[in-house]
Design a protein around this ligand. Structure first.
Ligand code: ZN
Length: 189
């Protein structure tokens, strides 16, 4: 590798806009890493208190209610309703900058029937556009986890009627939303 090549690769490292493929944020706290590990390949696993059986999100060291530190990962159905939703028109992160250039990025706050409130990428393709603007308990959604192209678990909210029981079905949704591989064709060099 010539000095010129080394300098070019350093420039790409320092300037995400020059990278061929941008990646979503990768850094997580140790508890965030534990969430990613627990959710790898599953539909949705949330921390659950052994004593009061309450689910919680985000992951914490102790139960939010009884302060018990005996927490386990349990499968959650992920059904709930949207309590707020918004659309991002700007991002400082290169991965989302490239996507937002093509269309604004929708996200939602979802109140799960199991208790926790989560932030999730919103799969608007599966909703009636008029209905999704109606933020109410009538907008029933299903939240599932999936790994993004940084191999970290993210949450996706899609319509309650969409089939998400298999890994393949979930992967298709995440790929369509350009959050996972195959790589997003964004015109990067
Ligand atoms: Zn508890």
């Amino acid at each position: 590798m010539t000095t010129n090549d080394i300098m070019k690769s350093r420039l790409k490292y320092n300037r995400p806009s020059l990278r061929a493929r941008a990646r979503p944020p990768k850094n997580r706290t140790p508890l965030g890493e534990a969430f990613s590990a627990a959710n790898m390949g599953t539909s949705l696993q949330l921390q659950c208190c052994v004593d009061c059986r309450r689910f919680q999100y985000p992951s914490q060291e102790v139960c939010q209610v009884c302060l018990n530190d005996n927490l386990v990962w349990r499968a959650a159905a992920g059904e709930g309703h949207i309590i707020s939703q918004t659309t991002l028109y700007n991002s400082l992160w290169e991965f989302f900058k490239r996507r937002i250039k093509q269309k604004p990025w929708p996200i939602a706050t979802v109140s799960l029937d199991e208790g926790p409130i989560v932030f999730a990428h919103l799969d608007v393709e599966e909703f009636d556009k008029a209905k999704i603007l109606d933020v109410s308990e009538s907008t029933q959604v299903k939240v599932f986890s999936h790994y993004d192209c940084s191999m970290r678990s993210i949450l996706i909210a899609t319509s309650k009627d969409i089939f998400t029981d298999t890994k393949e079905a979930r992967r298709k949704i995440v790929t369509r939303m350009s959050l996972s591989e195959p790589a997003f064709r964004d015109g990067g060099i």
